[in-house]
Design a protein around this ligand. Structure first.
Ligand SMILES: Cc1cc2nc3c(=O)[nH]c(=O)nc-3n(C[C@H](O)[C@H](O)[C@H](O)COP(=O)(O)OP(=O)(O)OC[C@H]3O[C@@H](n4cnc5c(N)ncnc54)[C@H](O)[C@@H]3O)c2cc1C
Length: 435
């Protein structure tokens, strides 16, 4: 038997026929063409941080660990070309060395660039779009081993499709990104009453470059993360303070309390109130990539929905009410974020200012009752699930929620008519490859 593969949360497992680790675009093209000629399915994989079965295959898995080079940097224009397998933490450190940065980031940087882009990974900030909006162009290896150069000028539809592709069009070998000059972020994390945050939500979202709320279920407390971009010199927290707030509390303390809650679900509301007391004020002023992303080690599973921003407060309140009314043993915070609209066909923020609501459960705890209850609420708001996070939708329920659905399907039918890059997940959420 070959290698067993599992995702970060350890809940998605498969036994690919083989795992290939090409070291260059030529090797990648050869590998893909050989697998397709053998009649095998092909799935690219990044860091395995998706919670869905999106990477699973019994065919050939392509791991781009050996394709992480920075190929070209133009510091004058901010245009950067990189191999698709580069990890976000490597990319942002390299960009910083050249006085550049990603415009926005999510809350971790362990993902590969290709993996993060393929599922429309996002951060928060109502004026900023998700990561895929920074893609100027890419190179895509199709099933025949042909390498296509895709950008807005040469093929606008393929470009809008390839920016968020779910790995369903082929394997991307390189991206050219539009980066921004390096900047610093001043972020203040502090606990506040949830009702106060909701009463001033628009002000908080508009008044900060990046605003996020982590609301603790069974309590009236939220931790708010409010940031502004600045040119002020960095003033990072001391080592002890950083360790306490970035490592010990979110990893060790939350891990211990989440484990306790899993073993004694009846005590969850009490533990949640204890967590609310642990949440304190924490301030950071540092390079953007150091403030955006932190190491998260407590293993959990997650669902996240993108809904029109104007419905955010109502949908969020309904999620909190479901947890309270049904006494769901939920300890992880409800995470609320915002992004601007964009135009990638399958971006969760396609064509609309977006609010995101994410729910989590610690690995080992039952999650389906909770996640299905939350999904039923999100259905009322035309919710679009994060492609890398758990959901129960199908192509039939998703198609009406994406104005670019048909256009994506046409690109896919053209680039992968045989469905070489289609696995069970892709079949469920996008349907068969031909239109
Ligand atoms: C702790 C944690 C924190 C997270 N925080 C955030 C967050 O802040 N914001 C957010 O939006 N999401 C977040 N996520 C979700 C995560 O960003 C996405 O699931 C992302 O897709 C994972 O990237 P990856 O490199 O692990 O990709 P994988 O999960 O390995 O793969 C994801 C998809 O990318 C495809 N793919 C990989 N490489 C290629 C390629 N070369 N060409 C074409 N397709 C390819 C795969 O086939 C698959 O469909 C988080 C996940 C975890 C576990």
């Amino acid at each position: 038997m070959g290698e067993l593969w599992s995702n970060w949360a350890g809940q998605q497992v498969c036994a690919p026929a083989r795992v290939e680790r090409p070291g260059s675009e030529d090797e990648l093209a050869e590998t893909v063409a050989k697998a397709a000629a053998e009649g095998r399915g092909v799935r690219p994989v990044g860091s395995g941080h998706s919670f869905t079965d999106t990477c699973l295959t019994d065919g050939v898995m392509i791991d781009q660990t050996h394709m992480q080079r920075l190929l070209d940097v133009d510091t004058a224009t901010g245009r950067v070309t990189v191999e698709a397998g580069i990890k976000l933490h490597t990319l942002t450190a390299e960009l910083a060395r050249h006085g550049l940065a990603l415009e926005n980031q999510g809350d971790i940087d362990a993902q590969s660039l290709a993996g993060a882009l393929a599922t429309a990974t996002h951060g928060t900030g109502a004026r900023f779009r998700n990561l895929s909006a920074q893609v100027l162009g890419c190179r895509l290896v199709t099933a025949s081993g042909e390498v296509l150069e895709i950008d807005e000028a040469s093929d606008p539809d393929a470009w809008r499709a390839a920016r968020v592709s779910l790995g369903a069009l082929g394997v991307i070998s390189q991206y050219t990104l539009q980066c921004v000059p390096a900047f610093r972020i001043h972020r203040i994390d502090e606990p506040r009453p949830i009702r106060e945050v909701l009463a001033h939500l628009d002000e908080l979202v508009e008044g900060h470059d990046h605003f996020e709320m982590l609301a603790l279920p069974h309590t009236d407390t939220a931790l708010t993360l409010a940031s502004r971009r600045t040119d002020e010199p960095a003033d990072p927290p001391g080592r002890f303070e950083a360790w306490l707030n970035d490592d010990f509390v979110p990893n060790t303390v939350v891990g211990a309390l989440a484990g306790l809650g899993r073993r004694v679900p009846t005590q969850v509301p009490r533990i949640a109130r204890l967590m609310a007391r642990v949440a304190g004020r924490y301030e950071q002023l540092d390079a953007s990539h150091r403030v955006f992303a932190h190491d998260r080690r407590v293993r959990f599973t997650e669902m996240e929905y993108a809904i029109p921003r104007e419905h955010l407060a109502e949908a969020f309140s309904r999620v909190m009410a479901v947890i309270a009314d049904r006494r769901l043993p939920v300890l992880f915070p409800i995470e609320v974020r915002f992004t601007a609209a964009d135009d990638a066909f399958l971006s969760t923020a396609h064509g609309r200012e977006t609010g995101y609501i994410a729910v989590h459960q610690v690995v080992g705890a039952e999650f389906e009752t909770y996640f299905r209850a939350v999904e039923a609420i999100m259905d009322d708001y035309d919710g679009r699930p994060h492609w890398g996070k758990r959901h129960y939708q199908t192509a039939a329920t998703l198609a009406p929620r994406y104005p670019g659905w048909e256009a994506f399907a046409a690109v896919r039918a053209h680039l992968d008519p045989e469905g070489v890059f289609t696995n069970d997940y892709v079949r469920r959420v996008l349907g068969p490859p031909s239109v």
